[in-house]
Design a protein around this ligand. Sequence first.
Ligand SMILES: NC(=O)c1ccc[n+]([C@@H]2O[C@H](COP(=O)([O-])OP(=O)(O)OC[C@H]3O[C@@H](n4cnc5c(N)ncnc54)[C@H](OP(=O)(O)O)[C@@H]3O)[C@@H](O)[C@H]2O)c1
Length: 241
Amino acid sequence: MNTTLANKNVVVIGGTSGIGLAVAKLIAQRGANLTIVSRSVERLEKAAKEIGGNVQIGTIDTLDENSVKEFFANRNDIDHLLNFAGDSMGGGVMDTDISQARNAMESKFWGQFYVGRYGGVKIKSGGSLTFTGGSGPRPHQAIATVAANAGVSLLVESLAKELAPVRVNVVSPYYVDTPMWSGMVDAERKALFDNVAKQLPIGRIAKIEDVAPTFLHVFESTYLNGVDIPVNGGAVLQTIE
Ligand SMILES: NC(=O)c1ccc[n+]([C@@H]2O[C@H](COP(=O)([O-])OP(=O)(O)OC[C@H]3O[C@@H](n4cnc5c(N)ncnc54)[C@H](OP(=O)(O)O)[C@@H]3O)[C@@H](O)[C@H]2O)c1
């Protein structure tokens, strides 16, 4: 067993589903004292059972500043903090639903801002804070998400200075097949994934296990700081043929 995280306190916000759950499992396998946190106690209990071992749970809603403040109020012992909570949206400036666009900014940018502000100061010297962003082409199909992710990229630069010597980074996937997409009708989701896949040099969208190890690598890399790491199968590469 790899025990590189033995006796380390690691908190994973959004550790009940998708990428966050996969990363939480990898962290547990390395012997950490793991706490998973999200909005739903039911989902937390289910995920804790799936991860196995002695996993702690906690509740938080990153859309709510007071909830984030309260969660971190009594925690002073965090070695590594990761945040996966974040909603998405679709559409450009002209055709997007404005409340959905605002929600994307609230959850992806402001949610991580609150986590940085109230959680970042609770991380021990030598520890790390890792956010989740997004990368790839900058499409007009999800403008508020793209704008929020650009903001998070700058947020980590500021926090890496403000929280020093704690390291602060963001990992930015492109399309990943996770439960986040489960609200779509199967045929529509498949059509979307196929359309994206054929435009990627790698020929397919990411599976969860393609991106989860990158998060581990980023927070365990003791000299990586203030950067935005894309993990997108070469989505921004263009060829002219
Ligand atoms: N999947 C993709 O294609 C993709 C691409 C690029 C970036 N990302 C980003 O990757 C991250 C993880 O996405 P995923 O696809 O793994 O999603 P997912 O399977 O839907 O998981 C989201 C997790 O976040 C928690 N969560 C959501 N809103 C929350 C809130 N307001 N407060 C606290 N916890 C909250 C959820 O738990 P509860 O419901 O119990 O609260 C769940 O554990 C997101 O930031 C997403 O934007 C995803």
